[in-house]
Design a protein. Structure first.
Length: 384
């Protein structure tokens, strides 16, 4: 099987989507498939230079112009990148976003079925509106644009049932879907992990892009609350980088928590640090199926998380879901986990659950079967 993977995210982007398609590419090759990855960086040189020049102009004209330009340029770049490969005889397009998938489908003459993995947390329109101050007319146009895009795709891979429910209104009526949760690699699943209780008390880890949505500020406030209550033997490791890191580092300094809270920056294998900690606390305000939670479970680090997005689907019997969103409430919920026995009980239950529900090879086999199913169906051509 010859598979074209398309995405608007370049390989250097700090995103779990990049991790997904890199791993997917390696796995498919291991299973005997041919794989080509096309990103926006694969735009032919002449068009790349022209689009870069136009982009400098449009991005200086304000938010509205920038959003419109990003939507159009990503689409054009992926169309041109896929078109340059149209003679390679692809069997399936596996898109990591709907713009890339439809662009490649058009570039290959509407003859190659598209399988779309839906990595978004709610749906692309909602996320665009939330991230930008957009006028009502543009919000309506974006809704129409994405309705058109989704109408061209019939085969969907969702990484949580939550993602399907949140985007259902954008999908064609006869959607063909499968829910395949994110998984961990064999390297992580088979790693030998030893958790030792030292004199430092409880070490808490958190992995993620450092921004408002990932909400690491809550853990900093928890650290402050722990110290207010006279708890001194704790450490918090914030693993990742992002636009809020400098601000949060200053907050830690202002609160005189530098002896307790450490910023590790972006890591190639963050799970190795998580494996050295006693408790993983996921504070994101919205997440679909975060790798960091699955990796923490795989290395037997117990997980506590806010019950947002697809996260309630990721834990057995809702064990480990936080009931509060404020520092005092979350601190109350963390304190019992200073007890090693309580941590071990939760870690075993979550690790056993993860071994069944996030098994890598099982998910890969189901995905390839989904490709074959898409190949045996006529390519959809819908009109909006």
């Amino acid at each position: 099987m010859n598979i074209l993977i398309v995405t608007f995210l370049a390989a250097y982007s700090p995103s779990g989507v990049v991790t997904y398609y890199r791993t997917l590419s390696q796995d498919l090759v291991r299973r005997g498939c041919r794989v080509t990855v096309v990103e926006t960086t694969d735009t032919p040189p002449f068009w790349n230079k022209l689009l870069n020049i136009l982009g400098h102009v449009f991005r200086r004209l304000g938010t509205v112009s920038r959003v419109i330009w990003d939507e159009a340029s990503y689409f054009v770049r992926l169309y041109l990148g896929a078109r340059a490969r149209r003679a390679e005889g692809f069997d399936v397009i596996h898109a990591q976003d709907v713009r890339s998938g439809v662009a490649a489908w058009l570039a290959l003459g509407k003859t190659v079925p598209v399988v779309l993995t839906c990595h978004f947390n709610d749906d692309p329109v909602t996320e665009l509106i939330a991230a930008n101050d957009l006028p009502v007319w543009l919000q309506k146009q974006l809704t129409r644009w994405y309705a058109y895009l989704f109408a061209q795709v019939k085969n969907y891979v969702f990484v949580s049932d939550y993602a399907y429910r949140k985007s259902k209104h954008l999908l064609p009526p006869d959607v063909n879907k499968v829910i395949l949760y994110n998984t961990v690699s064999a390297e992580i699943a088979t790693a030998t992990i030893t958790h030792e209780v030292g004199e430092e008390g409880l070490t808490i880890s958190n992995v993620g892009y450092v921004d408002e949505r990932k909400n690491q500020k809550l853990l900093i406030e928890v650290g402050d609350e722990l110290r207010r209550r006279g708890v001194e033997k704790f450490n918090i490791w914030l693993i990742g980088d992002g636009p809020k890191r400098t601000e949060y580092e200053q907050l830690v300094a202002d609160l005189k928590l530098t002896d307790h809270i450490t910023f590790y920056g972006r890591q190639a294998a963050p799970w190795r640090l998580v494996a050295q900690t006693d408790l993983y606390v996921h504070t994101a305000l919205n997440d679909n199926c975060p790798y960091s939670i699955i990796e923490a479970m795989a290395v037997h680090t117990p997980v506590l998380a806010l019950p947002v997005g697809g996260i309630p689907e990721m834990v057995p019997g809702r064990e480990g879901l936080l009931q509060h969103t404020d520092a005092q409430g979350v601190t109350n919920e963390i304190l019992p986990y200073f007890d090693p026995a309580k941590r071990q009980t939760l870690a075993i239950r979550q690790a056993d659950f993860a071994a069944v529900h996030f098994d890598h090879e099982t998910a890969l086999t189901r995905l390839i079967a989904f490709y074959e199913q898409a190949l045996n169906e006529p390519s959809p051509v819908f009109n909006v």
